[in-house]
Design a protein around this ligand. Structure first.
Ligand code: CU
Length: 447
């Protein structure tokens, strides 16, 4: 637990205040909080949706379409995340699948209930942080650090606005981090979780460059499916001491020693599926039998095609837009002959096989490990299909030699639709290759 002034106060006092407010003559809340008794007595449906609809409209979007900006002092970097619930939007035109989709409780512009994280690193008061309750984003804020950093990630649990009957904790599990001590590994059965109204700072010292992922490990099948998944990657020390005569500022995926993982631009993809029925049941106080898992949407960074190709700054992603809680773009842009690093992490429950039409893909690492033997033998694979299982990551280099648009998509056509509708959707995005110098140097991933 920490003394950070931004940490979240115990919300029991708020609940009592909410309860008093709920005693208003007409039984409706009179202040800016959804009273627990209002939900329990009045029914989550009507009050929850009316209230949430108003609250969402004045939200100050702080979600970045790219990596979180940590508070940094030298190599000490700190990030503050919260865990809560919220609402997101699947692609327009997805057919109804009643009663599950669209969810009847969803505020205007949204259709799917989620749990998720939000980045509140730049917020300065506890009130600002607490106001993020009920405004989770999917996928989770993207995190990037440098090898050798001292990393602190503070997680605050804001509770679930729609499910005040639940007292679920949240945790942060950095999947693939080799030497986390149990206290900071986020597996609640082996250590601890963050209860509602509390916060915990996780400490890491990343020594191994590569592409990882993070997720909540509390009731993990449910919380992972509900949206508490995100990318985290570590940039190699070699970026500070370029090899091969490369100039300062050259970027590499790994400490390869020979410059073979050099890239010009990077794009990261959180690969997940979304089962509408389970999300509906969580909003409507019902339970799911997870052995019935039957996803209805296939997502890259929380979006299905064509939402995947909405670029950063797209009107749909700004304050009033339906993608405001899915801020991370999956559109890939580069100039001809540039090398693009694709960081893929799968925290869905299905295997996926990605193909990129007409451009060779070179897999240089699997599960944050460079494909190089102890004897120095390089085992990079040039392929037209990259397989990636649940919990796995891949680092893939592509160097398109001709301008144009190329599709990156899952080869399983069943995963290229939205909710069983007609037309293309799902796990697909576009590699847009411009003529030389169409795009200026990339300053941040996924932009
Ligand atoms: Cu959780």
């Amino acid at each position: 637990m920490n003394d950070d002034p931004r940490s979240v106060p115990d919300d029991r006092a708020d609940d009592r205040a909410d309860d008093r407010a709920d005693d208003h003559a007409d039984g409706r809340p009179t202040r800016g909080g959804l009273g627990r008794r209002a939900v329990m007595l009045g029914g989550a449906g009507a009050i929850g949706s009316v209230f949430l609809g108003t609250r969402l409209s004045f939200g100050q979007p702080t979600q970045r379409p790219t990596v979180v900006r940590p508070a940094a002092t030298g190599n000490v970097k700190s990030v503050h995340l919260v865990g809560t619930d919220g609402w997101v939007s699947m692609p327009a035109g997805s057919p109804p699948d009643l009663p599950f989709f669209p969810d009847s409780l969803a505020p205007d512009g949204f259709d799917t209930y989620v749990f998720g994280f939000r980045d509140v690193t730049q917020m300065s008061t506890a009130a600002e942080v607490a106001a993020v309750r009920g405004k989770a984003q999917v996928s989770a804020p993207m995190l990037a650090f440098d090898e050798g950093d001292e990393v602190t990630i503070t997680l605050s649990n804001l509770g679930l606005l729609m499910r005040p009957d639940l007292f679920d904790g949240h945790t942060l599990h950095w999947h693939g981090f080799v030497n986390a001590i149990p206290l900071f590994d986020g597996v609640p059965e082996l250590s601890l979780a963050v209860p509602i109204g509390r916060d915990l700072s996780y400490h890491y010292r990343p020594h191994d460059a590569g592409t990882y992922m993070y997720h909540c490990h509390f009731e993990d099948v449910e919380h992972v499916q509900m949206g508490m998944t995100g990318m985290v990657f570590i940039r190699p020390a070699q970026n500070r001491t370029p090899v091969n005569g490369d100039p300062i500022g050259t970027k590499y995926a790994y400490n390869d020693g020979d410059g073979s993982t050099r890239y010009d631009r990077e794009f990261a993809f959180m690969v997940t599926e979304l089962w509408s029925a389970a999300h509906y049941r969580d909003a409507h106080i019902q339970v799911s039998d997870w052995t019935d898992y039957a996803p209805s949407f296939w997502l890259l960074n929380g979006r299905g095609y064509p939402d995947t190709i909405a670029p950063p700054g797209d009107p749909r992603t700004t304050a009033a837009g339906r993608l405001q809680y899915q801020p991370i773009s999956s559109l890939i842009r580069c100039n001809v002959n540039e090398t693009v690093l694709l960081r893929l992490s799968n925290l869905g429950y299905q295997n996926h096989a990605f193909t990129l039409d007409n451009v060779d893909m070179q897999v240089v690492a699997k599960d944050a490990a460079l494909l190089r033997g102890r004897d120095g033998t390089t085992n990079y694979q040039v392929t037209n299909t990259v397989d990636i299982g649940p919990g796995e990551s891949r680092d893939v280099l592509v160097t398109p030699r001709r301008a144009g648009e190329y599709l990156l998509y899952d080869r399983n056509y069943a995963y290229l639709g939205n909710g069983g509708g007609t037309g293309w959707g799902g796990m697909m995005t576009v590699l847009r290759v411009g003529a030389a110098e169409t795009y200026g140097p990339q300053t941040e991933p996924n932009t």
